[in-house]
Design a protein around this ligand. Structure first.
Ligand code: ZN
Length: 343
């Protein structure tokens, strides 16, 4: 029986939720991804220090349009038709911007005929837009330190350069619990299983596929009361664990769970902490995961439309009751799913 030393946020005491891994910070559910991952993504080129010009204002966009002229715009139009691009950068299709730990930054890369490439460290970033203005969307880790951060940008035919941006501070609620030690210590067998599953997950989340998603706005994968516990910092018996990295939605076992956005199933399994889990690849490093399912109706390789059923709510894995844990990942970083909700 857990003894509540500090009730924490109002939702936390009565909302069914995920529990977490052993004390120590490196473990947690769903685990914050490790800083390094086995499969090497496309590598960023050698960096030559040069800052990208500031974001294009509306007036500078107009200047670009004037400079390109009517003939150029005709070419741009043809380019859009040929590439299928140009539909993905409207405000209605993009996530809410929140340059905070656990949030998403949108960084203008300016104009270029070809889609620029961009990286955070060695992790490729989702770049959307059109030749008049491209934007990089950057998922910011919950563990990020507020202050200046940088990405690397490469425009075709130019030297790679750095683009700096500011991560603003955000304080998330903290929940302090005192529990019996045996409820937080894993047996050697369970620990070995968890470590195998963590390594497997690191492979899964390295997915970066095309086509890029035409819209990043998602629907909730199941109806129900949503907790606002993304980012909740949990301290068990005085020791910190990974913060909660998704959204918990309370719903009875058996409630249908649907794809929040069109995507391909890249992993299904029954995991120690997450229980029965489905991972979806939406393209461009945008992934989503749903956990604790009572049923999984899809298999790896299935391609789902937004809203298509993939399973049902349950209480598998380490949970306090039936609910859906929904995680959204961008550039291998868990971000707040609320930023991507369409409504
Ligand atoms: Zn959860």
């Amino acid at each position: 029986m857990a003894m509540l030393a500090d009730p924490g946020p109002a939702h936390a005491a009565d909302h069914p939720r995920c529990t977490t891994g052993p004390i120590g910070g490196m473990l947690g559910v769903p685990a914050t991804p490790c800083p390094t991952f086995p499969p090497a993504p496309p590598q960023p080129p050698m960096l030559q220090k040069r800052l990208v010009p500031p974001a294009l204002s509306t007036s500078s966009r107009r200047a670009v349009v004037r400079a390109v002229g009517a003939a150029g715009l005709l070419l741009l139009g043809n380019w859009r038709l040929a590439s299928g691009a140009g539909e993905a950068a409207t405000e209605a299709n993009l996530p809410q911007v929140a340059p905070v730990p656990g949030g998403i930054a949108r960084l203008s890369l300016g104009p270029s005929q070809e889609r620029p490439r961009a990286w955070a460290g060695e992790v490729p970033l989702l770049v959307l837009g059109d030749p008049i203005e491209w934007s990089a969307l950057v998922g910011i880790p919950l563990s990020a330190t507020p202050g200046e951060a940088r990405i690397v940008v490469q425009i075709e035919g130019q030297a790679p350069r750095e683009l700096a941006y500011t991560v603003n501070p955000k304080s998330y609620a903290e929940q302090r619990l005192k529990v019996a030690p045996k409820t937080v210590d894993l047996s050697p067998e369970d620990l070995a299983r968890f470590e195998r599953e963590r390594d497997h997950q690191a492979q899964v989340i390295a997915a970066f596929s095309e086509p890029l998603p035409p819209s990043l706005r998602m629907r909730v994968p199941t109806p129900g009361r949503r907790s606002s516990s993304f980012g909740l910092r949990r301290v068990f018996n005085g020791q910190s664990r990974n913060p909660h990295s998704g959204m918990d939605i309370a719903a009875p076992t058996g409630t249908p769970v649907v794809a929040p956005l069109a995507g391909r199933v890249i992993d299904t399994g029954d995991y120690f902490f997450n229980g029965q889990t489905v991972w979806l690849d939406h393209g461009g490093g945008l992934l989503s995961m749903v956990c604790h399912l009572s049923a999984i109706d899809v298999t790896t390789g299935d391609v789902l439309d937004a809203g298509q059923r993939l399973g049902a709510v349950g209480a598998t894995g380490r949970v306090t009751g039936p609910h859906l844990h929904w995680g959204v990942m961008l550039n291998r970083t868990m971000v707040d799913p609320a930023l991507l909700l369409a409504e």
